[in-house]
Design a protein around this ligand. Structure first.
Ligand code: BG6
Ligand code: MG
Length: 217
């Protein structure tokens, strides 16, 4: 039995959601826009361009194309400065255990992330070699909640969408998985991720026996 296991990156594999938040918050402040935790929740899983568009919309601001490009660059620069200091300790709890269990069971594994920084981050925390395929922000034209990223991942794994399982921490990502006709597993808060087929607060709650059940579904 084989299923395709697709993992989001930020907030699922590594604890980078906090760095995205800090970088967006600093950027918003620099153009006099208040940026709240609830708003940040809506930016999880959302591409860099779309995120800035939303922040400007919330702040009722229109800016030139040039400033837009330079702000995006600035955000990513600050984000990358946080990433540069990352260590393996920022891999979220029990993620390696689940990845290794899937590898032991010969299950195909793909990344399905909106980030354009996915490869360097996975390299930095020494997880890149665990993946059979990497699909990230460089490969897609339609951002989550559009299912494109997960559908491409399924293709790379040679699996039908209905035989794929997606781990996601964002509302947009859960919606993308559901639209792709995949099983969605929300990692985070029940109240936020209620559209997911299953919800766990983190991977420590996901037992090998549950993974086994998913494989044999
Ligand atoms: C997603 C994050 O994984 O990637 C978003 O949840 C982020 O917060 C998006 O905006 C794009 O990432 P990056 O690294 O290309 O700016
Ligand atoms: Mg995420």
């Amino acid at each position: 039995n084989k299923k395709g296991f697709i993992f989001d990156l930020d907030g699922v594999i590594v604890d980078t959601a906090k760095y995205h938040f800090l970088a967006w918050q600093n950027l918003a402040k620099s153009i006099d826009i208040d940026f709240t935790h609830e708003q940040n929740e809506q930016l999880k899983g959302v591409s860099r361009v779309k995120s800035l568009e939303k922040i400007l919309e919330w702040g009722n601001k229109t800016i030139s194309e040039e400033l837009f490009t330079s702000l995006m660059g600035k955000k990513n620069e600050e984000y990358l400065s946080f990433i540069a200091k990352m260590t393996d300790e920022e891999i979220l709890p029990d993620v390696p255990r689940v990845l290794d269990y899937l590898i032991e069971k010969a299950q195909p594994i793909s990344l399905g992330s909106a980030s354009k920084n996915a490869r360097p981050i996975l390299e930095k925390v020494h997880l890149l070699s665990k993946f059979n395929a990497i699909v990230d922000g460089n490969d897609v034209s339609k951002a989550k909640p559009n299912p494109e990223v997960f559908l491409i991942a399924a293709q790379h794994l040679n699996m039908k969408p209905e035989d794929c399982i997606v781990f996601e921490d964002s509302v947009a990502g859960v919606q993308a998985a559901n639209t792709a006709n995949m099983i969605s597993i929300g990692i985070g808060e029940k109240e936020v991720l209620h559209e997911a087929d299953y919800i766990f607060s983190d991977f420590t709650e996901i037992e090998n026996s549950f993974i086994e059940e998913l494989i044999n579904r």
